[in-house]
Design a protein around this ligand. Structure first.
Ligand SMILES: [Zn+2]
Length: 833
């Protein structure tokens, strides 16, 4: 399959040619300037030669795709096993054959070259360049392609790692003859030795990464930038093996770049943060985006005193003063992860600390002891822990006995001044509870520490998980612990599913979102220490709410966006160069869709029901132990699960049937339809139905009796849980008419303004539907404080064609527009004008 790389398309291109060269480590050295809204500095990338050039035997298997990398601008959608032989611009039949031959006869070629490493397939790349290299300056130079957009690249240079003092120890095996070619080999040899140091020498490795990154340059490299890429070559260098393996790029971000957002926090102070854009970090630093480029990183970030720098790093950085008014922050990670997971936030946030209250300490102690005693099936888990990890060598927590016993990892909370109190109210206490619930469910925390940051109000979702840092929207703070706790559980679950275990093909985002949604319920139930029946009730209520959401979304979205595995059999396939696409990765609607969360959740829930929760969770733990530190496809999980539970064979459950029923088709999955709405029978749902009936009857009575007032305590309503309130309001939304009196009473009965944002969102919908003017102030507040959730309400305000409501929408948008997330603002602007 060759990739279509048209930025106008909905698919997100991943252009880096990772099959040729694979980045292993990044060293970032950056200055953050709030006046110019620019981040400027350098990045040093350390590479290994890619798999295409290392493989000595399996080249045939892995390189059956087109031989042309994406720079040749080939367009074809054939699956990989069809060789490209009919493209008129390239007389490639011969080259294909040549390529195949060169792939198989590498030993001979290698002898011929009699050089340093396995660069046998040179002819493959050269011949493809020969015939279809339109833009590559008509030479045979190897072209390193990095993912990059909206960056001003100033200079690219080779780094003279051989100049680092003490580095000689990595050059034992190199034969230095003084020829310049040999010196280049020596440098690559050093990088290779450094990159392959065993995990227990990680400190030494970091030390030398730092020093190598500061080594002088030894020659500028040629480069050109395109819309989506940065292409680098070195004159006369034709193979990845000969290409410099340590390069430094000097660059600047652009204020409008889409990887970070420059804004002000809720206290009005400037800040900048990575907002989880679909283009990930490529407008923050040039990188290899494909998830296969698992790498470590370290970063020094300088900014004005008064700001703090939070980052995906396993150390809690302490700032160092460099000069008057400038502080430097240094972070690193030792676990290789995709560059897309790197996250940074710089602002004037404060750490929220526990007030020294005896009670809170007691609480926390209780949580910790409690969970360590109740760790389930630790015996089985430890048996698995003894197995060798399947990932590349790094200092893994699953191998560390102390880490394996740590129910609650160390954590900090950061927030703008004005939100510190509300963070202290629930969030701070919830973190240890949710962390230990996660631990009792899945075992070892993959990451050693956690920062939680309340991000500015323009953050476009409720939460985002990155290594060592979780962003939470301010929307989760008010209204009790429910929304805050469930969202926290969801993001914590991503430490395992999404981060420690990544999707090999981002198109299969259900793997991380489905799991996090499913596990959020389990963690949250454990965090609340509910009884078995309470858990069952809450989870069924949640299932009903999600079922309603899924039903609506399936009715109102494009069919193609409802498929969880849109690439089907070709999922995870790359072009020969390593380039690929994320299907519909740039489609604007996708940001507002939850179908991947919901269908993924229902699949996992259905499997749990079939298999039984206890053995299901044991399988999840086994999956984590087997696959952490690696990338997976849907079938990796499903095959393991079904193998694990042989008794399921009889039930006809197969990977193929799961693909067919759940992952490869649009609409509501058939098994889910067949299951029916069984959750309607649960007690919590029954209670809501009863209350809905009371409200509808009261409404009728008031309407019949004209203006007669509703008597105090005429009807007694039950107290409801937040999720019950959501369901109640959704049911009432289906009523054609509700009189103002009822709406007023509803608001007072449940003190809706005190409820969480999910509940208030439904209240706002009711207000809009029934043009209940006393509630317009609530809408205004909601749109101001909950920008990510408010987009839908703008649409509702416009659709009634009511002058007052439209005016309200415009007024709210005018107030929020300036700081709103760009893509949300665009969507809203389109609705309004
Ligand atoms: Zn491991």
């Amino acid at each position: 399959m060759e990739t279509q790389l048209d930025p106008m398309k909905d698919d997100l291109p991943l252009m880096a040619n990772t099959s040729y060269m694979l980045v292993k480590h990044y060293v970032l050295d950056l200055d953050v300037d709030f006046k110019s809204k620019i981040i400027e500095g350098s990045i040093v990338l350390f590479f290994e030669t890619g798999s295409q050039y290392k493989k000595t035997n399996s080249a045939g298997e892995e390189s059956c795709q087109s031989q042309f990398d994406e720079t040749s601008k080939m367009r074809t959608s054939e699956p990989c096993y069809i060789p490209i032989i009919n493209v008129s611009t390239c007389s490639s039949k011969t080259e294909c054959n040549d390529f195949a031959v060169s792939g198989k006869e590498e030993e001979a070629t290698s002898d011929e070259n009699s050089s340093h490493s396995n660069n046998e397939q040179d002819s493959g790349i050269s011949s493809s360049k020969d015939c279809c290299d339109i833009e590559n300056h008509g030479n045979k130079d190897f072209l390193l392609v990095l993912d990059c957009c909206d960056l001003s690249v100033l200079k690219v240079e080779e780094v003279d790692v051989a100049a680092v003092s003490g580095i000689e120890k990595f050059t034992r095996s190199a034969k230095l003859t003084g020829v310049s070619k040999e010196l280049e080999n020596l440098r690559n040899q050093i990088v290779h030795e450094l990159l392959t140091l065993p995990a227990d020498r990680w400190k030494e490795q970091l030390y030398y990464f730092t020093h190598c990154s500061q080594a002088p340059g030894c020659g500028e490299l040629l480069f050109s930038t395109g819309t989506w890429s940065l292409e680098i070559r070195k004159s006369g260098i034709q193979t990845p093996a000969d290409f410099p393996h340590a390069i430094r790029i000097w660059y600047k971000t652009k204020p409008e770049g889409r990887s970070v957002t420059w804004t002000t926090d809720q206290s009005g102070r400037p800040c900048v943060y990575t907002m989880g854009s679909p283009i990930n970090n490529r407008a923050l630093f040039p990188c290899q985006e494909p998830p296969i480029a698992l790498s470590t990183w370290q970063a020094s970030v300088r900014t004005a005193a008064g700001f703090i720098v939070l980052m995906s790093g396993e150390n809690s950085a302490e700032p160092v003063q460099l000069q008057e008014g400038v502080l430097s922050w240094y972070y690193y990670v030792t676990m290789p992860m995709p560059a897309s997971t790197f996250t940074i936030a710089v602002g004037c946030w404060q750490e929220v600390k526990q007030e020294v209250k005896q009670q809170s300490f007691k609480q926390r102690a209780a949580v910790e002891t409690n969970t360590e005693c109740s760790l389930p099936s630790s015996q089985t888990d430890f048996r698995w822990h003894e197995e060798v990890c399947g990932h590349v060598d790094y200092p893994c927590r699953f191998q560390d006995p102390a880490a394996r016993l740590q129910a609650v990892i160390s954590y900090r909370v950061f927030a703008p001044w004005c939100l510190m109190e509300s963070c202290e109210e629930y969030l701070l206490h919830l973190i240890p509870q949710c962390l230990s619930a996660a631990y009792t469910t899945l075992g070892t925390h993959p990451f050693s520490r956690l920062d939680v940051l309340i991000v500015p109000s323009n953050f476009s979702s409720l939460g985002m998980a990155s290594p060592h840092i979780i962003f939470l929207s301010q929307s989760v703070l008010p209204g009790g612990s429910h929304l805050c706790g469930t969202r926290l559980c969801h993001e914590i679950a991503h430490a395992w599913f999404g981060l420690a275990i990544g999707a090999r093909d981002w198109t299969e985002e259900w793997i991380s979102e489905g799991f996090a949604t499913f596990l959020e319920d389990i963690f949250w139930a454990r965090a609340q220490q509910l009884s078995h029946d309470e858990i069952k009730g809450q989870q069924e209520l949640k299932a009903l709410l999600r079922w309603r959401r899924l039903r609506d979304e399936v009715q109102n979205s494009e069919e193609e966006l409802q498929v969880l595995r849109p690439k089907k059999e070709s999922t995870g396939e790359l072009s020969e160069s390593g380039a690929s696409i994320v299907k519909y990765g740039l489609k604007a609607e996708k940001i507002f869709m939850q179908v991947h969360y919901l269908k993924g959740y229902f699949l996992l829930r259905s499997l749990a029901r079939t298999i039984g929760e206890v053995s299901y969770l044991a399988s999840l733990r086994k999956f984590v132990i087997k696959f952490h530190g690696q990338l997976v496809l849907s079938q990796d999980f499903l095959s393991m699960l079904l193998e694990d539970i042989p008794e399921q064979k009889g039930s006809g459950l197969t990977v193929e049937s799961i693909f067919q029923n759940w992952l490869d088709t649009s609409g509501i999955p058939k098994p889910l339809l067949e299951e029916g709405e069984t959750w309607k029978e649960c007690q919590l749902v029954q209670q809501v139905s009863g209350e809905v009936t009371k409200w509808i009857q009261t409404n009728r009575r008031i309407r019949k009796s004209g203006k007669k007032k509703m008597k105090q305590n005429e009807v007694v309503f039950l107290q409801l849980l937040p999720d019950q309130l959501v369901l109640l309001l959704e049911c009432l939304l289906e009523e054609k008419t509700l009189c103002p009196r009822i709406l007023q009473c509803l608001e007072r009965t449940y003190q809706l303004q005190e409820q969480d944002a999910e509940v208030r969102h439904r209240w706002c919908e009711l207000v809009i539907k029934h043009k209940y003017e006393p509630g317009y102030g609530d809408i205004e507040r909601f749109l101001r404080d909950n920008q990510a959730m408010g987009v839908y309400l703008y649409g509702e305000l416009m659709v009634n064609e009511d002058a007052k409501q439209q005016e309200l929408a415009r007024k709210c948008f005018a107030a929020a527009q300036e700081h709103m997330d760009a893509s949300s603002a665009k969507v809203v602007a389109e609705m309004l004008f």
